[in-house]
Design a protein around this ligand. Structure first.
Ligand SMILES: [Zn+2]
Ligand SMILES: [Zn+2]
Length: 304
């Protein structure tokens, strides 16, 4: 068992230029030395000494000793980054402690989930990419972005990256994985009385990460969009849901092509139907929004 250290101890270890230089040097050296398929390179003491400006070997030895256990791992073959070392050094190298560049407000294609108007406007607001409706003033989407994500892209490419991240996050949340920290999520379906959501879907799935305290909320219909049955169904109709932002589906919920309803109580069961033309895919979900069964259906006599 390693001795448990406080967050203050862990961050205090980094308040030293030489240690930050060491972590950066290990990342740079690994980047330069790694061969394809060889795994993370282990750096010998002498190799790190070549990369870092430090007065003498005993100083380097002292700083390596301080970092080892938290930010570095040491084996017989040398030093490599630990999980915390990886996270911190990638954070530093990518400049993700800077403020993101500004973007927008820019009009963006899509429909407002609340009023049905095609009047969406996107902009960066601190660390969030958010989309608001200029007609009813509701926020229809908000997603964290990183400063590097904004800095390395033009406007169009930034929107594309938000679409991809949106799809990726939904896919992970659907599999009960926190996109932020990787911990297991627990989902719960709640009905919102006097919901501002369209009548076609008044349920919200709330998934909470008890580790990093992120919370993810979405209409019930959206939780099945990245299920393989939906991906295949939409692909068959020429739509790649894996490269679309979730706000691009607002029109389907607003006009009632996508619906959810509760079909049983104790234990609670729900049904979500995603329609496209005369075809639909139907999902049966339990109270934790887990899909138990799916089926494709075709419209008959005007009904699904
Ligand atoms: Zn609106
Ligand atoms: Zn988390």
């Amino acid at each position: 068992m390693t001795e448990e250290r406080s967050a203050t101890d862990i961050f205090r270890l980094l308040s030293d230029d030489t240690r930050i230089d060491i972590l950066r040097a290990v990342a740079v050296a690994q980047y330069e030395l790694e061969q394809v398929g060889s795994g993370a390179a282990q750096l010998a003491f002498s190799e790190i000494y070549d990369y870092v400006e430090v007065e003498n070997t005993s100083k380097l030895s002292y700083h390596l000793g301080e970092l080892t256990g938290t930010y570095l791992r040491k084996s017989d073959d040398g030093y490599s980054l630990s999980h915390a070392g990886e996270r911190i050094v990638r954070f530093i190298l990518s400049g993700n402690y800077e403020q993101p560049d500004s973007f927008g407000p820019e009009s963006i294609p899509g429909t407002c989930l609340f009023c049905g108007e095609d009047s969406l406007e996107a902009r960066l607001s601190h660390q969030f990419f958010r989309i608001d409706c200029t007609e009813c003033d509701q926020q229809v989407m908000g997603q964290p972005i990183t400063p590097a994500q904004a800095r390395t892209r033009g406007d169009e490419d930034l929107i594309r990256s938000v679409q991809l991240r949106s799809a990726e996050d939904y896919r992970q949340i659907r599999r009960e994985m926190c996109p932020e920290c990787g911990a297991r999520l627990s989902g719960e379906i709640i009905e919102i009385p006097e919901s501002p959501l369209p009548d076609s879907d008044t349920f919200v799935v709330t998934s909470s990460c008890e580790e990093c305290l992120r919370e993810y909320n979405s209409p019930l219909t959206y939780t099945v969009v990245h299920h393989p049955a939906s991906i295949a169904f939409h692909w068959d109709h020429g739509i790649d849901v894996t490269s679309r932002g979730i706000w691009e589906f607002h029109d389907r919920v607003y006009d009632g092509r996508w619906t959810s309803k509760q079909v049983a109580s104790d234990p609670d069961e729900y049904e979500v139907v995603l329609r496209h033309g005369d075809d639909a895919v139907r999902f049966h979900l339990d109270s934790s929004a887990t899909v138990n069964r799916t089926e494709r259906v075709r419209r008959e006599r005007g009904e699904f």
